[in-house]
Design a binder for this molecule. Structure first.
Ligand code: DPP
Ligand code: ZN
Length: 875
């Protein structure tokens, strides 16, 4: 496979003005006719026309009316070249494709008998020959023809301009997209579907038609997606002054989908997981996911579609920004400061759980990568979540208003253009008169920076000197790093727990000052500090870094009890827990006695019973760092010892806080109709974590409680929580509950995914049990959600079993990566990533992992996707 470099970018030789596409849809052989009007690009020095095409049968090719024969053009490695062409060209291309045979779910494919497309990043070339690159933007007209009975609904981007019947029971629909777009935003749907629809008044008074399309039988699960869409439209108008630019906006749900959803212009295609919900089948987490993803795809209409990426190295230009926007949307939907903080805590957890490990592993790459083999491997937590952190830092540095000015300038300059991350940074800088040159390193340097802080109080001069130093570990291809521009939000707590007034560098602040660290090391001098403070550093997680500060237990307990910044308050608890988990893990590995101190237990109790705090915050404060996060802190990872340590800690908490846990359980019941709002969800969360702790220290009472909750639950959140508690405590009732759960929901694919996922992640599930679950009639590798529910939850969510000392987990992993690769390379490559951190285990485990990696590496006809991941892991 070939590596593609960002530095090799050249503008396209030809631009495309208009695209007319005609589809004669048939599962076995679909005929695609395209007519492109093209003209030479004045910015290019290259001569010929280059079109990409993959798995296509070329039937006809005409240029300006004349048929081209072999020799007039050449096809090699998926590129069709016409070396001699006039300045103005009309190309007519006819190709054949076989959607029913397409198991990659990339391009045009069939799911449940219906046609769908997925074109990002490079799926359009599986539909027709085209200059399939994001900097070629054109206006599209699409004619769809298909059997009317089987495919009554024909959708594409933009507006429906014509529809009618054809002979032989076929019908047609013609769609026109008024906006220029890159090919990756093309979409079509030909299907038997039904929709919920509504007209919605936009800011400027226009009416827009909103539709959510699903399979028959699912109309009872579309309300929340529709509501989220309306909220998204309103929010983008209010927060950013951005309006829906179409008369019609559609969301279509499909059950076979590689990603979460796709922002095709006017025709968003969604994984069912992020559309379908009612209280019977969806959890609070599912509801939150729907709101976030509906928002995310909708927000792409401006950040991604109206202004798009020049090339795929710039992916974070649209993804980092749009994740940031969806995060802000979700936070604003809750509306309270404490609710915002909880969403922020969840973001920090995701970063540490997934992005920090990625940034420290063999696939580490900058937010704007310099090279790739397969772009599909770069839809990563780094490009998305770290990218969102980078965007958030602009807002932290410039303020909300400054950020808005930067956004306004960005659209003013670049509407309907394909641009670079640097253009976004320039807009932020220019709109605010700021020099953000050094900030560029957040885009170019990989790795998680380490921020080391130390403080010195001078009682005589009433000063507090905070020394901040930064470094960044080497990453593949980047041995040395230059200092980043890091916003560090700092507060100082007095002995009473209140924020001290801050004066730093002669400037007064409220309770929090945003310091800007730009050198390798800097000293910040706070003056007028009347008492020795406890510093609260990196408030609201103001930068995606690892903070080292030599906190004492007492200082952490002080912050955990009092910090006015909820994120750092939570963080102090996480630090207290992490220190103990690491000690317990070491003790467990050496077979010495495990002990947990009263101080910690009492700190947890205090939070648990503190009614002045939101339930959702308390739930998060009680949630221990995951086994993966503990593993990331260890030189040599011992998955079983980590598991034992964490289980021990959970059990002791359950035992020691039993009475309070029961009391909180009772106090946080949510009787009456289910509502997914943040307050109710927070109560359920606290109640269910109480149940989880009680089940970690099982007695008759807790077992009965879990069984009763399972039997009587009025919603899926409580149902799942009870079932997980039964499974994890190895309750005698677990097997029957699993069976009942299956029988009740065997028609609900997304619920059956949960059924597989819960078992995959259960501590008692070993490789043999996963293999037997694979033989269950409901299991299939072909459906990505189903494959992920079992394989990914086992490999990533059950480390103590996956890393079984006999290597059976690795052998299983290798088999499944190879099997999946034959069907769906994108999903296979994701599973391949589960071995990223293999060099951090004991030599014995490493040897077995290496064998498994080499086995995959040696498999015949491996995709570029998997090859890239495995090669990087082994290098
Ligand atoms: N662009 C999609 C999304 O992030 C993924 N392909 O929404
Ligand atoms: Zn996106």
């Amino acid at each position: 496979p070939q590596t593609i470099y960002r530095k090799d970018y050249t503008p396209p030789a030809y631009l495309v003005d208009t695209v007319e596409l005609g589809f004669d849809l048939d599962p076995e052989t679909t005929i695609v006719a395209s007519r492109l009007t093209m003209r030479r690009n004045p910015d290019s020095t290259e001569a010929g026309i280059e079109l990409y095409g993959q798995n296509l049968k070329l039937v006809a090719l005409r240029m300006n009316g004349a048929t081209l024969r072999e020799g007039d053009y050449r096809i090699s490695s998926n590129v069709l070249r016409i070396s001699k062409a006039p300045d103005q060209v009309t190309l007519e291309i006819e190709t054949l494709t076989s959607p029913a045979q397409n198991t990659t779910l990339n391009g045009l494919y069939v799911s449940n008998g219906n046609f769908f497309t997925q074109c990002e990043a490079e799926g359009f070339r599986c539909i027709t020959y085209f200059p399939d690159r994001p900097d070629v933007m054109a206006k599209y007209t699409v004619m769809l023809r298909a059997d009317k009975q089987k495919y009554p609904v024909l959708l594409s981007n933009g507006n429906l301009v014509e529809a009618g019947d054809l002979p032989d029971g076929r019908h047609y629909a013609k769609w026109e997209d008024p906006f220029k777009k890159p090919s990756y935003l093309f979409a079509l749907v030909a299907a038997r579907l039904v929709c919920q629809e509504e007209t919605f008044k936009l800011m400027d008074g226009r009416d827009a038609l909103l539709q959510v399309w699903v399979e028959d039988g699912n109309l009872d699960k579309t309300d929340y997606a529709m509501q989220s869409l309306k909220n998204s439209i309103r929010w983008d108008e209010e927060r950013f002054g951005l309006e829906l630019d179409l008369d019609r906006f559609m969301i279509v749900a499909v059950s076979d989908f590689n990603m979460g959803a796709m922002e095709n212009k006017g025709l968003n295609i969604f994984n069912t997981k992020f559309v379908l919900a009612n209280s019977r089948v969806a959890t609070d987490v599912d509801y939150a996911g729907i709101e976030a993803v509906v928002g995310h795809e909708y927000f792409h209409n401006w950040t991604g579609n109206r202004v798009t990426c020049r090339d795929w190295f710039q992916l974070s230009l649209k993804e980092g920004l749009t994740v940031f926007r969806d995060q802000e949307f979700s936070a604003d939907m809750i509306g309270t400061d404490s609710g915002r903080a909880v969403t922020r805590i969840e973001q920090v957890r995701t970063l540490r759980q997934a992005q920090f490990p990625e940034d420290a592993g063999p696939m580490a790459h900058p937010v704007r990568p310099d090279s790739f083999v397969e772009i599909n491997n770069f839809y990563t937590v780094t490009v998305y979540e770290k990218g969102a952190e980078v965007v958030r830092m602009y807002q932290t540095l410039l303020g909300r208003d400054g950020f808005r000015k930067g956004m306004d300038l960005y659209f003013k300059r670049h509407d309907e253009q394909a641009v670079e991350c640097d253009d976004f940074r320039a807009a932020m800088a220019d709109a605010n008169g700021r020099d953000l040159a050094q900030f560029e390193r957040w885009y170019s340097q990989a790795g998680t920076p380490v921020l080391t802080a130390s403080g010195k109080y001078d009682a005589r001069w009433l000063t507090f000197e905070l020394t901040l130093s930064q470094s960044c570990p080497a990453t593949p291809g980047q041995p040395d790093k230059l200092p980043f521009h890091i916003p560090v939000a700092v507060g100082l707590l007095g002995a009473d727990g209140k924020d001290l007034p801050l004066t730093v560098g002669g400037k007064q602040h409220g309770g929090t000052a945003v310091l800007e660290l730009t050198e390798a090391s800097q000293v910040f001098r706070f003056t007028g500090v009347k008492e020795e403070p406890t510093p609260s550093i990196l408030r609201d997680f103001s930068a995606p870094v690892v903070l080292n500060y030599p906190y004492t237990d007492d200082e952490l307990l002080h912050l955990f009890s009092h910090d006015s910044d909820p994120v750092n308050r939570w963080e102090a608890g996480q630090r207290l827990a992490m220190e103990r988990l690491l000690k317990l893990t070491a003790a467990s590995a050496h077979g010495s006695k495990q002990e947990l101190d009263d101080t910690f237990i009492e700190a947890m109790r205090k939070i648990l019973v503190d009614e002045s705090l939101d339930a959702a915050f308390r739930e998060n404060a009680l949630l221990l760092p995951s086994e993966t996060m503990v593993a990331e802190q260890m030189e040599v990872v011992d998955p079983q010892a980590i598991h034992r340590a964490r289980q021990f800690m959970r059990r002791v908490i359950g035992e020691r806080l039993r009475a309070d846990l029961h009391a909180q359980y009772d106090a946080n019941l949510t009787p009456g109709d289910y509502s997914p709002d943040a307050i109710s969800a927070g109560k359920r969360g606290l109640k269910n974590i109480a149940l989880a702790y009680l089940s970690a220290a099982p007695d008759e009472h807790s077992d009965a409680l879990a069984r009763r909750q399972f039997d009587e639950a009025g919603n899926m959140t409580d149902r799942v929580a009870a079932l997980v508690s039964l499974i994890h405590s190895e309750s005698a009732g677990a097997a029957l509950a699993l069976e009942k759960f299956y029988d009740e929901f065997d028609n609900e694919a997304l619920v059956i995914d949960k059924w597989f996922a819960m078992q995959a992640a259960a501590p008692g599930t070993d490789v043999a049990m996963v293999r037997s679950l694979m033989r269950h009639p409901a299991f299939t590798l072909k459906n990505p959600n189903r494959a992920r529910s079992l394989l990914f939850n086992f490999a990533n969510g059950n480390p103590a079993q996956f890393h079984a000392p006999d290597g059976s987990g690795y052998a299983y992993w290798a088999e499944q990566v190879m099997a999946l690769d034959k069907l769906n390379p994108q999903v296979a490559a994701r599973l391949a990533r589960s071995m990223d951190r293999w060099r951090r285990y004991s030599p014995a485990l490493q040897a077995q992992m290496k064998t498994a990696l080499q086995k995959v590496a040696g498999a015949p006809k491996l995709s570029n996707d998997v090859t890239e991941v495995i090669t990087k892991a082994l290098s």
